[in-house]
Design a protein around this ligand. Structure first.
Ligand SMILES: Cc1cc2nc3c(=O)[nH]c(=O)nc-3n(C[C@H](O)[C@H](O)[C@H](O)COP(=O)(O)O)c2cc1C
Length: 201
């Protein structure tokens, strides 16, 4: 089958797009407002887009508190969401009133960042400390500004719980990260395989 995204004529009970672009890593974004209010929320429209310097992005559908706070203070954390923290991660997606911290709501302890003000999730094996590069409102094929905001940040610090270092490498499978698929589905990383790049590449 092939269908038109404009017509959505797939005949399926749900749009399969997010089940195809899967699994998507989850950026568990910590941000702080100009008044010092804390926000923590998961974003699966999230990825790394540059390795030197380290740059990450996430996208917000509607301008959510994370984006508003980051625009105010220019900094955010991305904590790694793991299987052990899946239930709490999901709780932090609740649309709480502005000013009520999702950390408390989900029973998660905050840990201070080293280089920026927003906290990270203390129980997470790794976290990125980021400074805002840009917030860009997306435009569609008709040239219409749409209520989607793309946030780019440069990583200025990386926290690693040393319990997850094995022979000097971050033990991704040991950290057991989760990633978002379609519908209510998630994937978890439990095992890895390696392929070395061809020479001359
Ligand atoms: C696993 C997961 C991934 C999510 N990814 C996104 C996303 O990429 N973009 C988005 O706008 N909302 C996403 N959400 C929903 C937001 O987390 C949620 O709307 C937000 O936390 C609401 O809080 P706020 O109103 O305080 O900003 C996701 C939720 C979950 C559980």
């Amino acid at each position: 089958m092939i269908y038109s995204t404009a017509l959505q004529d797939h005949g399926l009970p749900h749009d399969p797009f997010k089940a195809i672009v899967a699994p998507r890593p989850i950026g568990w974004i910590g941000a702080i407002s100009g008044r010092g209010e804390v926000n923590l929320s998961p974003y699966s429209f999230f990825n790394a887009v540059s390795s030197r310097p380290h740059i990450v992005m996430f996208s917000s559908e509607e301008k959510k508190d994370a984006v508003a706070f980051i625009e105010e203070t220019g900094e955010f954390t991305c904590s790694l969401a793991t299987k052990a923290l899946a239930r709490q991660m999901n709780m932090t997606s609740a649309p709480l009133p502005r000013g009520q911290s999702e950390f408390g709501h989900a029973g998660l302890a905050m840990a201070p960042s080293k280089f920026i003000r927003p906290p990270r999730v203390a129980a997470s094996p790794a976290a990125l400390e980021c400074k805002l590069l840009s917030v860009q409102q997306l435009v569609d094929l008709d040239g219409q500004a749409i209520p989607r905001w793309l946030v780019l940040g440069q990583v200025v610090g990386i926290f690693i719980d040393e319990a997850y270092l094995r022979d000097g490498r971050f033990d991704t499978a040991g950290a057991n990260p989760i990633a978002r698929c379609g519908y209510a589905d998630y994937a978890e990383v439990e095992s890895l395989f390696s392929i070395t790049r061809p020479p001359g590449g």
